[in-house]
Ligand binder design. Structure first.
Ligand SMILES: NC(=O)c1ccc[n+]([C@@H]2O[C@H](COP(=O)([O-])OP(=O)(O)OC[C@H]3O[C@@H](n4cnc5c(N)ncnc54)[C@H](O)[C@@H]3O)[C@@H](O)[C@H]2O)c1
Length: 504
């Protein structure tokens, strides 16, 4: 069994992140150790205490390595646990499985709840609805908040809808709804909840609120935005002074961008593609990754580790140079689209892959998105294009070849996979919680602008996250920074003190 097969199984069955976790690899498997390190794993000296062990892989023991889900109480993924496959989890079990692995979010919500800050606060939320999201919603509700969620059907886990409704949380999400019905249902949720705070993922919910319910929008305490494409929309509104509420760019906190975007998305997009296309899909494949932000870079590094020949296509020369220094080749998408086995967009920008680019693609080449805004691929330029709700389907490009389209052009990891890993989303929801705390603390006093949390929020989350992993921060022993003290003064001061010692 290869590293790719193992990563796919771990991702699918436990939804835990390999990045940041430790792996025990026997000494004679240096190639596997190298791949694991490229995925952001630490190598453990022995089996005891490792988050993951690799013995089953080395032994080629597929059954052991495909053993399903961890029991909810387990803290380590070992071969023994892996060899006892569990049945598909129910909604309640999946939520409990996630809750056990989200200590940071739970602690931060508990801190807010201890002050009574969440009591009676009304939240309308529009975000990918998975077990991890359910934990976030439930913790807010348990702390006294009123919570309702709207989500596109494709980004929703049906087990979770059922379970949340049982637990009294209003959920608005159905796969079969038409575009008009989705809009109506989103508005209904807003009318039902009458939100104080909106949590958004892509800025569409907040823009709908502003357009259709301007008074409700003007009364908001504020909005917390989850992702890059949403922040981009709010930044444009901010430039035009069009915002009627304060917005916190949750995405731009270091604890979000450098973890969720950089590790979680790349990792789970790769493992979901391995699930769809086969475990050896990347070995020897030529892949154009379009967009070299944190998401594109995280994806590119991982598929390179699995043997892909990667070309980066970005419109920003700085991003391209970064890619070159990371060891990748860069090229214009138009010149490589016809020569690669796969084109993947990681930009979050509409029409990144134009119809003209699709026309250049090879017969049976793969086309997919790991960013995730609507029409990141210009599918709306294909007359008669309709969703197939399939992880992979043939797409006849007018005037071009038949390519294989992933997830109807939506973000692969949250439509065809389990979304970002639990431990990564624990950090993202922790940043959301800090944003909520900030909005509540400064209620009524914030400018109607786009803003980010300061680094103290990241530091607080990081300390909690490190302590839950048994890791430490170096204690500072330095005196407060004094800008007056340059190297010259410092050297003179050292000499003087040396002389004093000498005289003494
Ligand atoms: N699927 C998920 O779980 C998930 C998680 C986090 C972020 N995202 C989404 O992924 C996308 C990328 O996120 P990011 O943080 O890396 O964004 P980013 O803005 O930091 O990087 C995007 C890169 O794409 C480049 N780009 C823009 N337009 C381009 C074009 N037409 N052709 C080539 N390159 C182009 C930009 O220059 C930039 O370097 C966003 O839409 C974000 O919302 C998805």
């Amino acid at each position: 069994m290869s590293f790719a097969q193992w990563a796919r199984v771990v991702s699918r069955d436990t939804n835990r992140s390999l990045a940041g976790s430790s792996l025990y690899v026997p000494q004679d498997a240096s190639d596997i150790a190298a791949q694991a390190q490229q995925w952001g794993m630490r190598l453990a000296a022995d089996e005891v205490g490792a988050d993951f062990t690799y013995d089953a892989v080395l032994a080629g023991d597929a059954e052991a390595a495909t053993g399903a889900v961890l029991p909810a109480h387990a803290s380590h993924f070992t071969d023994k646990e892996a060899s006892a496959p569990l049945p598909q989890m129910s909604g309640a079990e999946a939520i409990d499985h996630a809750r056990m692995r989200m200590p940071v979010t739970r602690k931060l919500i508990a801190e807010l709840a201890a002050d009574g800050a969440l009591t009676g606060v009304r939240f309308a939320i529009s975000i990918v609805l998975e077990p991890k999201t359910a934990v976030f919603l439930e913790e807010l509700a348990a702390a006294g908040a009123v919570v309702g969620i709207y989500c596109d059907g494709e980004s929703t886990d049906p087990r979770v809808i059922e379970e949340l409704e049982k637990r009294g949380i209003e959920v608005s999400a159905q796969r079969a709804w038409s575009a008009e019905r989705r809009r109506t249902e989103a508005l209904k949720l807003l009318d039902d909840i009458q939100p104080d705070i909106l949590i958004d993922d892509g800025a569409s919910f907040a823009r709908l609120l502003m357009r259709e319910r301007p008074q409700m929008a003007a009364n908001l305490i504020g909005v917390a935005e989850e992702t890059t494409s949403g922040v981009r929309a709010f930044a444009a509104m901010d430039r035009d002074r069009a915002l009627t509420y304060p917005v916190i760019a949750v995405n731009d906190s270091a604890l979000k961008t450098n973890f969720d975007n950089a590790h979680g998305t790349g990792e789970t997009c790769v493992t979901t593609m391995l699930d769809i296309l086969g475990s050896d899909a990347f070995a020897g494949a030529s892949v154009a990754v379009v967009g070299y932000g944190p998401v594109g870079a995280g994806f590119a590094r991982r598929i390179r580790a699995l043997g892909a020949k990667v070309t980066i296509c970005d419109i920003d020369p700085v991003a391209c140079l970064r890619a070159v220094f990371d060891g990748f080749e860069t090229a214009d998408l138009a010149s490589v689209a016809g020569h690669v086995d796969m084109v993947t967009s990681a930009t979050g920008v509409r029409h990144t892959v134009s119809l003209e680019t699709m026309r250049r693609m090879r017969e049976r080449a793969i086309l997919g998105v790991i960013g995730g805004i609507s029409n990141e691929l210009a599918l709306d330029d294909i007359t008669g294009f309709a969703r197939a709700n399939a992880a992979v389907r043939d797409l006849d490009v007018p005037g071009g070849s038949t390519v294989r389209l992933l997830s109807d052009g939506d973000g692969v990891n949250y439509t065809a996979g389990n979304g970002n890993p639990i431990d990564i989303m624990d950090l993202s929801f922790a940043v959301q919680t800090m944003a909520i705390g900030y909005l509540l603390k400064h209620r009524g006093r914030l400018e109607k602008r786009l803003m980010t949390l300061d680094s103290s929020a990241d530091e607080h989350i990081a300390r909690v996250a490190l302590s839950t992993r048994g890791q430490e921060v170096t204690a500072t022993h330095t005196v407060p920074y004094d800008w007056r003290l340059s190297r010259f003064e410092d050297e003179i001061a050292s000499e003087n003190s040396g002389e004093k010692e000498h005289r003494a």
